[in-house]
Design a protein around this ligand. Structure first.
Ligand SMILES: NC(=O)c1ccc[n+]([C@@H]2O[C@H](COP(=O)([O-])OP(=O)(O)OC[C@H]3O[C@@H](n4cnc5c(N)ncnc54)[C@H](OP(=O)(O)O)[C@@H]3O)[C@@H](O)[C@H]2O)c1
Length: 360
């Protein structure tokens, strides 16, 4: 069977990456691409690297244009997806790359985003440990999928094994994360001009204000064995999940390098700590733990659907240190979306996805 697909936000970075991956997918036909201010123009005018899709014209994003496909991907600014998802009830599978269907807590949505709250959908991070199983199990047969925030999934994947195994204390997590400007989208912003970004590292959203914080807390709360039902807490902070999160904008077009630390649970041995991550990811294709003493570079995952992870145990500081590299546009969004789609449809999970990066 060939599935017909529409991709909205096709002129943007996330939409473009979804299209790049789907263009190599044997089971889908990209039938429709939509945009907003750039509707009416050829797709390649905005995605000049997508040569095999040169025949497509960007249409206006409307419910009528998106209706009638087997699968709709939405890659719109947060707060914009809900108006379409509300009226795509007949579409078999809808996958939202935005934040509108990620959070379970109305209070978190109001505090970090604002505007209308929409129901949470199945979270599209298959490898995430969740209350004794993997998020993958929930994606089987899913019809509504919320692809992750790129920073959020990087940090959640980094620490969930330790939370699930009880070998780290999630009440004192500290993450500092380097991210390239494609993570902020394609629209023009002064702070993303080359003259503001090149040759400098710029911290932003310092002091607990970044929008991905509640998403990380929610994922880590769901990883705890005590969660039982596997449903993420609507108030993860009250469950003792606390994170100090500082992103730093750095001059690389794509990529995230997240350094996350958390205190070691009293009594946890080095072997038990490492075994937690090995047990979580030893059988995974797209999340890989490096050997002891090795740490990833963003170049290793450029263009790849891979989260590459190094683990250190700092006994002097009594903290576990996890360094994780992802490509924000692949494993951080479009790759996660397509991987989740593959699982939902019962296709081979890695179809159209690669573990290999592009380096140098
Ligand atoms: N960039 C990343 O690394 C990343 C990672 C994870 C998740 N995401 C999420 O993916 C979504 C898209 O991000 P992006 O980085 O791709 O942003 P982007 O590059 O700015 O692209 C935004 C897209 O949405 C369209 N659009 C803007 N306003 C719209 C509206 N009111 N109605 C319909 N379409 C509208 C734009 O069309 P025009 O160009 O025609 O105006 C463009 O195609 C966001 O929710 C973001 O949080 C992004």
């Amino acid at each position: 069977m060939t599935y017909s697909v529409a991709v909205s936000g096709a002129s943007g970075y996330a939409g473009g990456e979804i299209l790049r991956i789907l263009a190599a997918h044997p089971d889908v036909e990209i039938r429709t691409v939509t945009a907003h201010s750039n509707a009416g123009q050829p797709l390649v005018q905005h995605q000049s690297h997508l040569r095999s899709l040169a025949h497509l014209i960007l249409e206006q994003t409307t419910p009528e244009v998106l209706a009638g496909h087997d699968i709709v991907f939405l890659a719109l600014p947060h707060g914009q997806s809900g108006q379409y998802t509300d009226v795509l009830g007949d579409t078999p599978v809808v996958i939202d790359a935005g934040a509108d269907h990620r959070l379970e807590s109305v209070a978190d949505w109001d505090r970090f985003y604002g505007g209308d709250f929409h129901d949470p959908w199945v979270y599209g991070v298959p490898e995430l440990p969740v209350a004794g199983s993997k998020q993958r199990d929930r994606l089987v047969g899913a019809t509504r999928i919320a692809a992750p925030g790129c920073n959020a999934s990087t940090v959640s994947l980094s620490l969930a094994p330790g939370v699930a195994a009880g070998v780290i204390d999630p009440s004192d997590i500290v993450t500092v994360l380097a991210v390239g400007p494609s993570g902020a989208g394609k629209s023009l912003k002064t702070n993303l001009l080359a003259s503001e970004v090149l040759g400098t590292a710029n911290p932003y959203a310092v002091g607990g204000t970044h929008r991905h914080i509640p998403e990380i807390r929610q994922a880590l709360a769901a990883a705890r064995p005590s969660t039982g039902s596997g449903t993420a807490s609507t108030d993860a902070a009250d469950q003792g999940i606390r994170i100090s999160f500082t992103p730093v904008l750095v001059p690389m077009s794509r990529g995230i390098l997240a350094t996350s630390t958390a205190p070691i649970t009293p009594g946890a041995t080095d072997d038990e700590i490492r075994a937690a991550w090995e047990a979580a990811y030893g059988d995974e294709t797209f999340v890989q733990l490096l050997p002891v003493g090795e740490f990833p570079r963003t170049a290793d995952v450029l263009g790849a659907n891979t989260a590459l992870m190094g683990l250190a145990i700092d006994r002097a500081a009594n903290r576990v240190v996890v360094v994780t590299a992802v490509d924000n546009l692949v494993k951080g969004t479009a790759g996660a979306a397509v991987q989740s789609m593959n699982i939902a449809l019962g296709l081979a999970e890695g179809t159209a996805l690669t573990v290999n990066g592009v380096a140098p």
